[in-house]
Design a binder for this molecule. Structure first.
Ligand SMILES: Nc1ncnc2c1ncn2[C@@H]1O[C@H](COP(=O)(O)OP(=O)(O)OP(=O)(O)O)[C@@H](O)[C@H]1O
Length: 247
């Protein structure tokens, strides 16, 4: 089942075409990885899907609904969540409080006043479950500023997952991580709920090929290939312009 579909997306900054007729989709349970050289337009694409950037043409569909003109919060209500390249955590709050805010951002206002006490229990329970999923339970009471950079990157994913999304966009989740932290994150991403559709940007080829069900290669804003990992790895143009001789 297709959860996310991008159709003929176009975006230019003056004469620079950062997104050129990009079409791709992400199904339930699929891990779809976007690769491409620096400046290929990967983050611009994710920003248009997340609603942080408005495309000039084409459509973004979530579960069949056209969300191209919707604000990020409205897309979040339809089940889309994302992380950013830069850290967006509240450094002075605890790990637990950050995740709880993530739960409240999605569900907080919809709880009935008379159900406040029960709702608080639900929010806390949900936050605890998400911390568990991301293996952060032992750090729950620590202030974010006091935990490692690698744990903060995991926490960003926890916050994104707090609202129980159906589609998760990850912008270079392993950037800046050590090899050990990277391997741990691969395991965590593998163990995320099986119904979740994931679209992620990644540079580390070990991560790409150990996680991806499908790979889309962007080159100067255009889709060069979009297929299963072995097919993409064997694609001559992809090897010429990006992967090189080692793959
Ligand atoms: N708001 C903007 N205004 C003008 N140019 C922009 C803007 N955002 C991005 N660009 C340009 O669009 C091109 C694509 O940038 P983008 O960040 O999407 O690429 P990327 O593939 O994510 O790169 P990287 O791998 O380095 O993160 C770059 O040349 C960038 O300078």
């Amino acid at each position: 089942m297709t959860l996310l579909r991008v159709e003929s997306l176009q975006k230019s900054f003056g004469s620079l075409n950062v997104t050129r007729d990009v079409t791709l989709d992400v199904g339930a349970g699929e891990k779809h990885v976007i690769i491409g050289p620096n400046g290929a337009g990967k983050t611009s694409l994710i920003n248009q899907i997340g609603g942080q950037m408005t495309p000039d043409g084409g459509r973004v569909m979530i579960d069949g609904s056209d969300v191209t003109r919707l604000a990020p919060e409205q897309r979040a209500r339809l089940g889309l969540a994302r992380t950013f390249q830069k850290n967006t955590l509240f450094q002075r709050l605890s790990v637990f409080e950050n995740v709880r805010l993530g739960v409240q951002a999605r569900f907080g206002n919809s709880f009935d006043l008379a159900q406040r006490a029960a709702a608080r229990t639900d929010v806390n329970a949900r936050a605890r479950d998400v911390l568990d999923l991301l293996r952060l339970t032992a750090l729950a009471e620590r202030r974010v500023a006091s935990i490692s950079y690698g744990d903060q990157r995991q926490l960003e994913i926890a916050v994104a997952l707090a609202g129980d999304p159906r589609i998760l966009l990850l912008d270079e989740p392993t950037s800046g991580l050590s090899p050990v932290e990277t391997r741990q994150l691969i395991e965590i991403i593998r163990a995320l709920p099986s119904h979740l559709g994931i679209l992620m940007i990644e540079h580390d080829m070990e991560v790409v090929f150990s996680l991806a069900d499908r790979i889309t290669v962007l080159y100067y804003g255009e889709v060069l290939a979009s297929d299963k990992p072995d097919v993409v790895a064997a694609n001559e143009r992809v090897r010429d312009v990006y992967l090189g001789a080692s793959f």
